[in-house]
Design a protein around this ligand. Structure first.
Ligand code: ADP
Ligand code: MG
Length: 701
């Protein structure tokens, strides 16, 4: 193979004209031969088996038979014109039926020549038949690729509407192999190849597209999955090394008055053991001389905020400033109010900065920040902007990290000459293996217990038929002094409709819950921030009993007296969203409820989601189901990380491969930290290719 064959632009491939080249580039991001080779089939049709006609049994399944046409005739019995061929393999007969292109087919079919026929088996008129099958002369069939597992490629609407079908993809991929020669450059080392008896790179790529049999397909899959995991893990190993070696961190050696005073006088509850452990992890990081990059994972309501606050106090005790960043204005405001309140009596300057902070307030705030007078700055993305300058930022905390991108996190690094310690918090319950892959550059702490006294949230599924009964239940709860959320979906694509639903819903709630007895708040994204804050506050102060809202309240909102969550059109929500919404209740010591309202008829997936919600409160279990339904790439928030776009590997199903790849990557770097050994030349080259522009490459080059 010529050195650069695989990076030939796709435009040069036989069968790809300018139009197709454009489509491949714009729709599928296929720019080179190599990109097309890595456009893997998502399933295969097994054409390695041939059926005997006398043994056919399952209608609706695809069958492949070898035989001859012994007769071809027009059907005159019905008003639809049909062409019927009688196909025999010597032991049995089957009818082959065509409705279209009859003339052409009649001319091209040769009687008494051997054919291979593939299609879906029917049972009609007391006979087996196949309608419009794929038909190929046996001689040709044996020479072609078709006697294998046939690859099926995923497609997009505009690709298939332009006539680029599966067969075309097969041909294009085949055309690459035709001119490629039988070797591609390798990218692992001898040690690894031998340890797992891997097939060669060429064989793997060939057999992932055109597997001769199941065994070769499995070997190809194993090799390609392994590679994919291996190089990602290698990145993480390097990243960790860099973090530990290169970025010196502030040493917060002491725990001082602010922390101790707060702990003794202000803290209203005993920390859970899980919370204590996390604080311990963080304190260790603080005194390690290296910059902390820690992910704190804890289910909704597990008490992450107090951990954030205590960490801030340690930083402040060491004369550094701190910041807490939340994804929404509502949440930032809540943190601000809550934290200000719990720090009462301590001489600390706490400020809030969001998109709606007035200009004149900003000027003051920026000054105080630059002078080091602000101890805790709470806010939204606004804090990330370059003009927000601290005197000495020592700790930055991101709440609900899954709402932020990696790029945003890295902006924090530049907020001080020595990068501040970074703590990111998320409630998105990611299984540990997945977390390692998504956040492989972070150390992880988990809060795996809820504060004591919490009662499990009771979740039920109800449909419109039950609406009156649901309303009655809500009224009973309000009578007991509880408050209620009623949430409507709001999806970008159907925004206008959704707003209408929300408003209609609001009106019907107003009719049902008359003004003389009930006060209702409404909250949605089109409201001004001040209005949102006003409504939120009214609800918080119990001036209103019902909060009708879109998912703007989804993350973080903490109002312990609200104990009922009604989700309208629950069938339209994803699992993680439902779990987050449900997490708004069950925060106090009262019994709490989540009522999932849906239409009578819902899809199977929606039913699974709702059933999962009604059967468990465990965020990790819910995440597993979510992943099985949607694949890991779609888990809320992980898309943004850009690290989960696996082409072939599946973090859940291929966990075993992930584990060995991680081990191997670690050992490799332990023994050859710069990848200088001749044995590792190929790995080094591949790694360089993958990380051309990144700081990770500069580290070893
Ligand atoms: P999340 O982890 O979802 O951010 P929060 O930090 O908002 O959870 O905490 C939820 C509620 O639990 C808050 O009202 C908080 O005061 C309370 N809480 C946190 N830790 C404890 C604890 N150890 N004991 C009792 N209540 C706690
Ligand atoms: Mg929170």
């Amino acid at each position: 193979m010529k050195q650069n064959y695989l990076i030939t632009p796709i435009d040069y491939l036989k069968g790809v004209g300018p139009n197709r080249a454009d489509l491949l580039k714009s729709e599928l991001k296929i720019f080179t031969y190599n990109d097309l080779l890595y456009f893997f089939p998502f399933r295969y049709i097994d054409k390695t088996k041939y059926h005997k006609i006398s043994e056919l049994e399952n209608t609706n399944s695809n069958v492949q038979v070898i035989g001859k046409f012994i007769d071809i005739r027009h059907s005159d019995s019905s008003k639809f014109k049909r062409l019927i061929g009688v196909f025999s393999d010597g032991k049995g007969e089957i009818e082959i039926v065509w409705f279209k292109g009859i003339k052409w087919i009649e001319k091209s079919i040769q009687i008494n020549k051997e054919y291979v026929i593939y299609g879906k088996l029917n049972w009609f008129n007391n006979k087996f038949s196949i309608i419009h099958p794929e038909t190929e002369i046996l001689e040709k069939h044996n020479k072609s690729l078709k006697n294998s597992l046939l690859p099926i490629y995923s497609s997009t609407e505009s690709i298939s509407s332009k006539g680029m079908n599966n067969k075309l993809f097969r041909d294009l991929v085949y055309n690459i192999f035709e001119k490629s020669g039988k070797t591609f450059s390798e990218n692992l080392n001898k040690n690894i190849n031998e340890k797992y008896a891997l097939i060669s790179k060429y064989e793997a790529l060939y057999n992932i597209h055109f597997p001769k049999n199941q065994l070769l397909l499995s070997k190809a899959q194993f090799r390609l999955k392994y590679e994919e995991f291996f190089f990602i893990q290698l990145q993480f190993v390097f990243k960790n090394l860099i973090n530990k070696n290169k970025f010196k961190g502030f040493n917060f050696y002491k725990v001082g008055d602010f922390f101790n005073n707060f702990y003794q006088n202000n803290l209203e509850f005993e920390l859970t053991n899980a919370q204590k452990n996390v604080i311990r992890d963080i304190r260790k990081d603080f005194s390690s001389n290296a910059q902390m990059n820690r992910l704190l994972q804890g289910d909704v309501g597990s008490g992450k905020t107090i951990v954030a606050l205590l960490s801030c106090l340690i930083a402040i005790d060491n004369n550094y400033q701190t910041t807490i960043i939340a994804p929404t204005e509502i949440l930032a405001q809540q943190h601000y109010n809550g934290i200000k309140n719990s720090l009462k009596g301590l001489d600390l300057n706490i400020k809030i900065l969001t998109g709606s902070t007035k200009n004149k307030d900003r000027i003051n705030l920026f000054n105080e920040l630059k002078n080091g007078e602000i101890n805790i700055l709470i806010g939204t993305h606004a804090i990330l902007e370059d003009k927000v300058v601290f005197k000495n930022l020592g700790l930055a905390i991101i709440d609900e990290q899954h709402r932020f991108g990696v790029a945003q996190r890295s902006k924090l690094w530049k907020k001080n000459t020595t990068p501040p310690h970074i703590l990111v918090m998320t409630a998105t319950p990611i299984p540990r293996t997945l977390a390692m892959s998504v956040y492989g550059d972070l150390d992880i702490s988990i809060i795996d217990e809820l504060p004591p006294g919490r009662k499990p949230i009771k979740t039920v599924h109800r449909t419109d038929k039950n609406r009156l009964q649901v309303f009655r239940f809500l009224k009973d709860e309000i009578l007991k002094g509880r408050q209620i959320y009623i949430v409507y979906p709001l999806i970008e694509e159907s925004k206008t409709m959704d707003y209408k639903d929300l408003m209609d819903g609001y009106e019907s709630i107003e009719r049902e819950f008359s003004k003389d007895k009930y006060q209702i708040s409404i909250l949605h994204g089109r409201m001004k921030n001040e209005d949102k804050a006003y409504e939120m506050n009214r609800f918080k102060l119990k001036e209103t009993q019902i909060m009708v809202s879109t998912t703007v309240i989804e993350v973080g909102v903490n109002i312990p007296n609200a104990s009922v969550m009604v989700v309208e059109s629950a069938e339209r929500f994803g699992l993680s969203q439902l779990h987050q919404l449900r997490g708004r209740v069950g925060r106090g010591s009262e019994n709490s409820f989540c009522i999932l309202m849906s239409k009578d008829k819902i899809s199977n997936d929606a039913r699974t989601r709702i059933k999962t919600m009604t059967s468990t409160n465990d965020g990790f279990k819910i995440a597993e189901v979510d992943m099985n339904l949607r694949g890991p790439g779609n888990i809320l928030g992980t898309q943004q990380s850009g690290l989960l776009n696996f082409k072939i590997a599946d973090i859940i199903k291929d966990k075993d491969i992930l584990d060995i790849a991680r081990e191997d990557a670690k050992n490799l770097i332990k023994n050859d930290p710069q990848l200088r050994n001749a044995d590792n030349k190929e790995i080094r080259e591949e790694y360089a290719k993958l990380n051309k522009n990144s700081i990770l490459w500069k580290h070893i080059s």
